[in-house]
Design a protein around this ligand. Structure first.
Ligand code: ARG
Length: 493
């Protein structure tokens, strides 16, 4: 195969391997090589329909492209001497079917609209895959929440015991965050799925092209209208990466908790051995390495996002080669997020929660002191601030080693109790952890009453999101199947 066909007319001079490697996007283009074939096929079908090229060259081009679609792109097309996969595939086609025919593929387009279209096609696929992982993650969290509606645990603020809650309530908080991630990514997808094709370099072309036709063939929602914007914008990538960064921040919070909860201090959870490593020197060690690496991956995804935003910032319109350098960050961010969340699903579904240790810890740290203050307000008419002060004082003067607040044992408490006629039983009832949870019945609260209602509505939302995603996926894959079927018909094969 000869040198890059794009370069040969205008430029002379040999370039060093280092130079070619520096300039080539081939590494990152592996992710869009398949998409490039689809884009080429759609473009040829459009050129033929619009009679911009004759039937016979169209047939030959389609045959050659279908051969690549069916049997894969030969390794030669990925050589670093090509600036990118677009040049690689065009050079390959010219070498196989001759320049008279192969040389007609690039009529009325540029690599600028070509690459933007390939990126959007591939990102569309990646985002739908990420959305289905999020569906599974939400499913696992809901199943665990259902199982652990009655599992008491301490709730924390500032990582200090705050008030008791249930594991179900805690897991539903994570589920809510991942549901918003799902919604954000769905929103981003609705802006990804627009077709830049036909923009050519940036000013479109004078051939009588049909932009809507190629957009439709590739399953895009429509044409990305302004042709300068079509080639110059990468905010769709930024939006996806930003949403993935937020999602990974959520995943890393779960990981951080799994690390803390699996420690010898807490023993709230036992991770499956497969998700842990041991030490090369300390034979007893079981370390939560997957959770730790995932915590760090959240930083890597954020790094990809930051790099991508910095590349776009202050770029003059329209296309600049800088945009090529964004693509590896895009794939890296997408891959890291995908692998992380897939593993998170399995790490959570195989974890064993230690209900006894959690319930035991829920009793500690004066975690129902608020309930006692509330009782003074509700039953005896205190202003909340007064009740808060009284209970706070009692704790200050009390024996802090006591596992629960025994107000009756305090001197001040005893005076208060006898004045008001509050019995030790009233105090015990206010301080009881299970009753504390049962009393919290407002929507979204930790009581089994409220959690059951939450679970039902979260399941319904999950079902709706699952159907919506299935419809989108069927729509995209249906379009690609029709595109290939049309190409085979036109190619006469
Ligand atoms: N490899 C390039 C990229 O990823 C494709 C577009 C090249 N366009 C150009 N004018 N050199 O952005």
């Amino acid at each position: 195969m000869e040198h890059d066909v794009v370069r040969r007319g205008r430029l002379t001079g040999e370039r060093s391997g280092e130079m070619m490697h520096f300039l080539s996007s081939m590494g990152a283009d592996r992710c869009i090589a398949d998409a490039d074939i689809l884009v080429d096929i759609a473009h040829v079908l459009m050129l033929s329909r619009q009679k911009i090229i004759e039937k016979e060259p169209a047939r030959q081009l389609l045959r050659a492209l279908l051969e690549l679609y069916d049997n894969g792109i030969p390794e030669a097309a990925f050589d670093d001497r090509f600036e990118d996969i677009h040049a690689g595939i065009e050079t390959l086609l010219i070498a196989t079917i001759g320049e008279e025919t192969g040389g007609r593929l690039h009529i009325g387009r540029s690599r600028n609209d070509e690459v933007a279209t390939c990126l959007r096609l591939r990102v569309r696929e990646d985002v739908t895959r990420q959305l289905s992982i999020l569906i599974r993650l939400r499913e696992v969290l809901l199943a665990l929440a259902e199982e652990h509606m009655g599992t008491l645990m301490p709730g924390f603020t500032h990582l200090q015991h705050a008030q008791p809650t249930t594991l179900a309530h805690h897991l539903l908080a994570h589920e809510a965050a991942f549901t918003r991630d799902f919604q954000r990514l769905t929103g981003a997808l609705s802006r990804v799925n627009w077709c830049p094709l036909g923009a050519a370099a940036f000013a479109s072309t004078s051939y009588p092209i049909q932009r809507e036709f190629t957009a439709d063939l590739l399953g895009f929602q429509g044409v990305l209208e302004n042709t300068m914007d079509a080639v110059a914008s990468r905010d769709f990538a930024l939006e996806v990466l930003s949403n993935l960064s937020i999602m990974m921040a959520h995943a890393s919070r779960v990981c951080e908790e799994l690390v803390i909860w699996s420690s010898g201090f807490a023993k709230f959870v036992e991770l499956d051995d497969a998700f842990c490593s041991t030490s090369s020197i300390m034979p007893q060690k079981k370390n939560p390495d997957i959770a730790e690496v995932m915590r760090a991956k959240a930083a890597s995804v954020l790094g990809s996002t930051t790099a991508s935003l910095a590349i776009q910032k202050a770029l003059p319109l329209s296309y600049n080669r800088d945009l090529q350098e964004l693509t590896p960050s895009l794939w890296r961010g997408i891959q890291d997020a995908k692998h992380s969340t897939r593993l998170l699903v399995d790490m959570l579904s195989t974890a064993t929660f230690n209900s006894a240790a959690m319930a035991d810890e829920a009793q500690k740290g004066y975690s129902t002191a608020t309930d006692l203050a509330d009782m003074l307000v509700q039953k005896h008419g205190f202003a909340f601030r007064t009740a808060h002060t009284l209970v706070g004082k009692a704790i200050q003067k009390g024996n802090l080693d006591l596992p629960t607040l025994d107000l009756a044992a305090q001197e001040m408490g005893q005076r208060l109790l006898s004045m008001l006629g509050i019995t030790a039983g009233d105090v015990a009832a206010a301080l009881d952890v299970q009753s504390s949870i049962d009393r919290r019945r407002a929507p979204g609260s930790p009581s089994a009453f409220a959690v059951k209602i939450s679970l039902a509505s979260r399941r319904e939302a999950l079902m709706e999101d699952t159907h919506m995603l299935e419809e989108k996926m069927a729509c995209y894959s249906g379009a690609i199947q029709r595109l290939i079927a049309d190409a085979r018909k036109e190619a006469g094969s």
